[in-house]
Design a protein around this ligand. Sequence first.
Ligand code: DO4
Ligand code: MG
Length: 285
Amino acid sequence: MRVGKVVQSNGEPCLGVLVEPGVYLAPFPQGYNSLADVLHSPDPVALIEKQFDVNSTLVAQTHVRFVAPIDNQEVWAAGVTYKRSQIARMEESETGASHYDRVYTAPRPEIFFKGNGRRVSGPGQPVRIRVDTRWSVPEPEFALVINPKGKLVGLTIGNDMSARDIEGENPLYLPQAKVYNQCCALGPCVLIPEEPLDRAETHISLSIRRKGSEVFQGSTNLDQMKRTFEELIDWLFRDNSFPEGVILLTGTGVVPPNDFTLEAGDLVTIDVTGIGTLTNPVVQG
Ligand code: DO4
Ligand code: MG
């Protein structure tokens, strides 16, 4: 099931379930005030199905505005979980190369705080290039929606915007390269998997368009990720509690060539098998 948060014309949020002919809309079930409340319930699919049986309206997808599927959760991110990211990081950082090399194979993964809902853009909303960077890229990533007990309840698409020159200059600058206004995008909806994902068949692709032409395209699949979702969640939850739940980006396996930097006006599109498409315009300044 694919479910998201939709803002209606009166400004009120409601649930939206994506189906072939369009999107079913329904209010949050009684006693549940947010998408996170629903996703964190003991059986989200049953709860949503029950609510949609009684209360839903079918509308065309073009008439629906999905917003970022986040409420009060924190957003964290894992890094260097694909060979492609390890190589790119070692190339960009003279002083930090050995750190990236070691973290790729070490038992403990790289995990960092990425932000909260205030820093996250939804579908169609801008993502930002910092004013003080000359080398920025989007990072297309699988994003895990995790409940307060540490259970994976769904998957969405994430963009971990990154300033490669800042993180490459000194690994201690990582929080500045990664965490700033509009540094992350999530959406459009959350896939609640009803069976285990086929890793090799779950693709993530990135397309960047500039003035109407595609200037970068790349893709990978989940099988290329060195770590499992369960392993990343286990490390994230060690002496770390998330009473509101947490969204964890799982690292990028698609990195544009080293002479590529994003520009204001670019359009970033990320596609994930079974989830959908997340598109965001890029701004700077
Ligand atoms: O250490 C750099 C960040 C790594 C990252 O964000 C990624 O691999 O996706
Ligand atoms: Mg990343």
